[in-house]
Design a protein around this ligand. Sequence first.
Ligand SMILES: NC(=O)c1ccc[n+]([C@@H]2O[C@H](COP(=O)([O-])OP(=O)(O)OC[C@H]3O[C@@H](n4cnc5c(N)ncnc54)[C@H](O)[C@@H]3O)[C@@H](O)[C@H]2O)c1
Length: 319
Amino acid sequence: MDKITGKKILFTGGCGFIGSNFVRKIYDGNEITIIDNLSGGKEEFLSDLIRAGKIKLVKKDLRKADAFHGLGEFDMAIHLAADSDVRQGAVDHKFSLDTNVIGTFNLLEFMKEKGTKEMIFASTSAVTGDTEILPTPETFGPCLPISSYGASKLACEGFISSYSHYHGIKASIFRFANVVGRNSTHGVIFDFINKLKKNSKELEILGDGTQSKSYIHVDDCVNAMIHIFNETKKTDIVNLGNSEVTSVRKIAETVIEQMGLKGIPMKFTGGPEGRGWKGDIKHAFLSIDKMTSMGWKNRYSSDEAVKKAVQESLQQIMN
Ligand SMILES: NC(=O)c1ccc[n+]([C@@H]2O[C@H](COP(=O)([O-])OP(=O)(O)OC[C@H]3O[C@@H](n4cnc5c(N)ncnc54)[C@H](O)[C@@H]3O)[C@@H](O)[C@H]2O)c1
């Protein structure tokens, strides 16, 4: 059954893009407390549920160990809070360390103290670094991240695994491909729409446009997490992605078409080795064999996910 129910859940980053979609999916039948400092997320994504008392929002910063004081006990933690600004990590390497690694450590200490035994964690394809093994399975190694974001998430995976062993926590660690859909506040689709909203005469594209990545719609991503968490008996890592990739150029064409703009020139920055920025993995394609073998099948392909997400983002950004 693809449901999480009857649990007291501590949800970090619940006001973010993926978090807000996840919370909306499971609030009914669970008792959810969100911790979010609103650095990237928006209270308005969930304001109806907060106002109605269906969920509780605690505005605190995970980088501080006392963020959890007085929150009580929980059956489960869903840990999505992170510095998800991969580009910024190239400039300020410490930001990812503080929010992602220290924040995760603080949460794990709290879970240890309170005896919380279940966890979902959002990791990323960026942990592997550049690889010629595509699609990349969970067993790929050595993982040599090329961004401080990827490095921080790899460290989180390690800490979660060790706390699982010491304290009997069952953790489902999910390595996401690129997640797209409603409530997105960053990423390639969001960028393109906002650039074209400001200037519909040309579209600047970071890199050479041939970067290819696998995209998954946020509805599939959330449903897959629930399904696989229920199927999992012990701590494990599972990739969530799609069986094809979509190029950056194709995303640009989809955005231009959906915005009803024709013949817009695309200006490619070229980028370091054709990447969007230093630290960007040019071809990211996770194997989904394990996800599939655990009984999960996405509703939307990579191209379909992109198209649906463009429509959803246009509705939110242009209105
Ligand atoms: N969006 C993707 O394509 C993608 C891909 C791979 C992994 N992930 C991971 O999934 C998770 C969710 O990503 P998202 O795209 O929804 O990002 P997001 O930025 O929309 O959400 C992150 C949330 O964490 C909160 N947060 C950040 N720092 C915090 C802090 N110090 N204390 C408390 N709250 C804090 C933000 O306010 C935000 O609401 C992240 O862990 C991210 O690394 C996302």
